[in-house]
Design a protein around this ligand. Structure first.
Ligand SMILES: *Cc1c(COP(=O)(O)O)cnc(C)c1O
Length: 372
């Protein structure tokens, strides 16, 4: 690796490979696997994850934005890529040129898609999103069949799939998730009843893939799980996953401070004995949650040590017992394994009052990624 900066995210691609293969064991042999790569692959780097996912048996990819989709095409990914919400109408020509599959939720978008596809003498594949209760995007289940009957009159379109998304699948035996599932199944029946083939029927995110096998239908859409992270406490013990991301930094300065001296902005930490302070080039611009200042642990020489003082934009400080004799250049782990100790991203997320999803994305913003 280039030594421009002493902080980096190590991404273990073999863990991602293992996680996808593990998920595929939960599926029937003909169930498709969509690897969800939005948020730059949940901070893991979408392109490298995409190639690993294909080798592990992923069939398709899901992204959030037009640019995420185009970047994957530019990187040489030829597998189907779906934008998981309706993109801006102004992006349609670029999407058709790059053969990106759209999610559709409004007749206006579908009309434009049809018109542009006809001009280009192409067939635009799309998936209809049905809102079964999350109330984020999608059309009502009762409107799905009539929407598709209308859509069938438009040229240059192919309905490739129909899907929904769960709000509460991460809670075991959840009534709302069951209710969403029933509404979705009913909508699919109405679509079929109207003589329309819904194509690829899909609903399950990571949590539902693990906890609700009856929701697998023709394809599952797995995001957080392929990175080795759990969507909630309820999936622990149900599947064995291997976290792919490790956050590491080398101390670039270690110095002793005396009893009573403070550390960082606001001097929110004060030494109660002589202690060594190690400064790492990791800060909130790298994704370290500032709100967890003074509450985080790191690993050095396989031991837990305390982060002290407020996290700065580009640096944070760690108190290390004098007898460890830590020197500049020593490697610290903020998330991951060192020796026999391990800090899970979930532990850090809990201290920051958020979820592993958010922290993983944030660690993808500035840190250099090193693939192993
Ligand atoms: C993000 C997303 C997923 C993946 O969710 P995970 O909980 O990370 O598995 C699946 N489907 C849609 C529509 C999404 O937006």
């Amino acid at each position: 690796m280039t030594d421009h900066r002493w902080a980096w995210a190590e991404i273990d691609l073999s863990a991602i490979d293992y996680n996808i293969r593990t998920f595929k064991q939960l599926l029937k042999p003909d169930t498709l696997f969509m690897a969800v790569l939005k948020g730059n692959g949940y901070g893991h780097g979408a392109e490298r994850v995409a190639f690993t996912a294909l080798m592990a048996g992923a069939n398709r990819f899901g992204v959030a934005t037009v640019d995420e989709a185009l970047a994957l095409r530019a990187a040489g990914i030829t597998a189907p890529i779906q934008i998981l919400s309706e993109p801006p109408v102004t992006a349609i020509t670029d999407l058709l040129d790059a053969d990106i599959t759209c999610t559709v939720t409004t007749p206006e978008f579908l009309n434009s898609l049809s018109g542009e596809a006809m001009l280009r003498q192409k067939t635009a594949r799309y998936h209809l999103k049905i809102n079964t209760g999350m109330n984020r995007i999608g059309i009502r289940p009762s409107d799905a069949a009539s929407f598709l009957i209308e859509a069938a009159t438009l040229p240059a379109l192919q309905l490739e799939g129909v899907f929904t998304h769960f709000a509460t699948a991460d809670q075991i035996n959840d009534w709302d998730a069951q209710n969403q599932l029933e509404l979705f199944e009913h909508a699919i029946e109405l679509i079929r009843g109207a003589g329309i083939d819904p194509g690829i029927v899909h609903a399950a995110n990571t949590a539902a893939t693990i906890l609700m096998p009856e929701s697998h239908f023709d394809m599952v859409r797995v995001g957080i799980g392929i990175y080795g992270l759990h969507p909630s406490h309820d999936t622990y013990g149900k599947i064995n996953l291997d976290p792919a991301m490790t956050i590491k930094a080398k101390a670039f300065l270690v110095k002793p401070i005396a009893l009573g001296e403070g550390v960082g902005y606001g001097l929110t930490y004060q030494a109660f004995e002589r202690v060594d302070i190690a400064t790492l080039s990791l800060g909130y611009a790298d994704g370290v949650p500032r709100c967890a200042s003074n509450a985080m642990s790191l690993l050095v020489r396989g031991k837990r040590v305390d982060q002290v003082g407020r996290v700065c934009m580009d640096q944070l400080m760690v108190a290390v017992p004098e007898d460890l004799g830590i020197r500049a250049g020593e490697e610290f782990v903020l998330v991951g394994e060192q020796g026999s100790e391990r800090i899970f991203l979930d532990e850090l997320a809990e201290k920051a009052g958020t979820i592993n999803y958010e922290l993983a994305c944030d660690f993808g913003l500035r840190l250099e990624r090193v693939y192993i």
